[in-house]
Design a binder for this molecule. Structure first.
Ligand SMILES: O=C(O)c1ccccc1NCC(=O)[C@H](O)[C@H](O)COP(=O)(O)O
Length: 257
């Protein structure tokens, strides 16, 4: 699954690069206002900070929500108290786009994450050109040299990398890469099973100062409380928000735990 997602994203980026070459995207990226400080935003509340995701569909759940106006949804997330907005820009399985990201950037004042299957600098330049403050790097999909190179490139543009892991070995690689924001995704990418206890197992081993993000498997306030009690600074939530009818109230209830 991950190989397919990476290959699809790479092919889509190649198609866009044929229309907009790297030097043009770089010019647009460098013309943006400076990226917002995601580390500060994701550790601002001492209880828990919510990263609210714009997610139309997924490989594990199929179609989740139409989301005709991602900017309006993101505005509701921000009104509810979200610390950051995650926008899935992957086109094939998640039905997202860079247009979604641009629209969200213009609508909110909190940091915006480009959630994409990134393997090359062009995709990071695209993210910055669209106004993203954070990008996702999935350790399972990158060898260590590429992980470090892409993270360094991200930071050279003033952005932050959310470095995502699914196992202890990947966690150790993310720490070695000097990750400042490190996410443990509970979703097994082969079976799609959810393992929220993985975050609890790894949380004690985060180096001081690294932002601890728990990803996936949050449907109720109790799930947020469980993550918070074992040390999450931030929790990334998609499905529960896009399938409910009142995202402001849902985020608010998640922040009260
Ligand atoms: O969501 C999926 O099915 C999925 C499959 C393969 C790779 C990534 C996938 N999801 C990306 C995410 O990390 C989630 O969208 C995010 O953590 C929010 O999860 P949830 O709250 O469970 O929607």
């Amino acid at each position: 699954m991950l190989d397919d997602l990476m290959a699809g994203s790479r092919a889509d980026a190649a198609r866009r690069r044929a229309l907009v070459p790297t030097d043009e995207v770089e010019r647009l990226a460098l013309a943006q206002a400076p990226a917002l400080d995601a580390v500060a935003a994701l550790s601002r509340r001492k209880t828990v900070n919510i990263i609210a995701e714009v997610k139309r569909a997924s490989p594990s759940r199929g179609r989740l929500a139409g989301i005709p106006d991602p900017a309006e949804l993101a505005t509701r997330y921000e009104r509810g108290g979200a610390a950051a907005i995650s926008v899935l820009t992957e086109e094939r399985k998640f039905l997202g786009s860079l247009d979604d990201l641009r629209a969200v950037r213009q609508a909110v004042t909190v940091p915006v994450l480009r959630k994409e299957f990134i393997s090359e600098e062009y995709q990071i330049l695209e993210a910055r050109a669209a106004g993203a403050d954070l990008i996702l790097l999935i350790v399972a999909a990158l060898d260590q040299a590429t992980l470090v190179r892409l993270k360094t490139f991200t930071e050279s543009l003033g952005m932050t990398a959310l470095v995502e892991v699914h196992t202890r070995d990947e966690f150790n690689r993310a720490v070695d890469a000097d990750s400042r924001v490190l996410g443990v995704n509970a979703r097994d990418l082969q079976t799609f099973e959810l393992h929220p206890q993985l975050f609890a197992e790894l949380a004690p081993d985060y180096p001081a100062g690294v932002v601890r993000v728990a990803e996936s498997a949050v449907l109720t306030p109790e799930h947020v409380r469980n993550y918070r009690e074992v040390g999450a600074d931030a929790v990334l939530i998609g499905e529960a928000l896009v399938t409910g009818d009142n995202p402001e109230a849902t985020i608010n209830s998640f922040m009260q735990v």
